[in-house]
Ligand binder design. Sequence first.
Ligand code: PGA
Ligand code: ZN
Length: 403
Amino acid sequence: MSRVVDASMRLIYDSRGRPTVEATVSAEDGGQGRAGAPSGESTGATEVQAFPPGGVPEALLRFRSDIRPGLLGLSVEDQAGVDAFLHRTDGTANFSGIGGNTATAISVAVALAHAAEAGTPLWRSLLRPGLDRPTDPAIVGNCLNGGRHAIGGPEIQEYHVISSGRPSESIPAAIEVHREIGERLKRKYPGMALGRGDEGGWVAPLGNVEAVELLAESCAAVRDRRHAEVHPGLDLAASEFFRDGKYVYRERSLDPDGQVAFVAELVDRFGLRFLEDPIQEGDYDGFTAVTQAVGRKALVVGDDIYTTAKDRVAEGVRRHAGNAVLIKVNQVGTLSDTLATVDLARSAGWKTVTSHRSGETPDGWLAHLAVAFGSAGLKCGLLGGERVAKLNELLRLASPPGA
Ligand code: PGA
Ligand code: ZN
């Protein structure tokens, strides 16, 4: 048994320049783990609270007074025990006592310390039952930003390339799609200023369907040029533009049935392979309708509707409300809760897609989780140091030193 002999927590900044927390945990044989917690902007209503009411300063105070004394002496091999201690110390149903980001940083730092003690990479120590060897997650890479992650872009939040194959092939192909879109935007808007959004995708004054068209054409161009498996996908984050019973786009508003028909048409017309949050988070039936319509052609992925919570995913499985779930550790706050959701999804035959947040840290551990979970996708963006850190870690995993 290897015990925690030291633990600390500090304020760090995320990729939007907002404060978050980072935990460092040391175990008795010298293994150390350090993990920062990311932050969302288009958060699901049922995800845990990132910080206590007093924000990061209160999170740091709670760490020193309540968490650190109890954490010292716990075994880094006992992830479930550590995570149960975090829940007990928090004492609320949504981590509003200590903050879900505090819990996430500590939980992942303990797992990293354990892996370091054991001399194994994190993915191996977390590998799910039934997975005897690592699989390559497809890269889900954000190419165009809208919604709450961009100023002046379309309402649909994220336009992705889904790139499969070995990381040495999937990553450059995905980046090439991003670059292709940039070239096309420069030609379309000569001399105009173009920017990038929170997740590194381009921001341009495009209409919603116009942007899907640009994405699909750019994927096709790269597919032809490189013979690469790159296909378009979307995260609509539909809760963000659902108002008074309607999905409100700049071009028009749609009622819930109209929204199902619209997204099904997008899948058929543009060959989308990935469709996240096409329906607002309160509407399981809408997800079921979309899954019936296009679930054989595309991953229908629930993010805001499930918020990585096991009970919610179980309800979704019962109702056939999707065929995949997005996995974000800090939506539930601990690795143990995350693993329970991943295992449930896997046993139900659902896919998982392991995901970053829009406000990220330059940590690479997310790539290990995607591999350990046997995820169909690693959704981590393409550009920006905090996104590239995950891609580079995936490359390291695929060809470890000496291999
Ligand atoms: P968030 O959004 O990290 O801002 O919550 C990302 C997503 O919706 O997938
Ligand atoms: Zn999402």
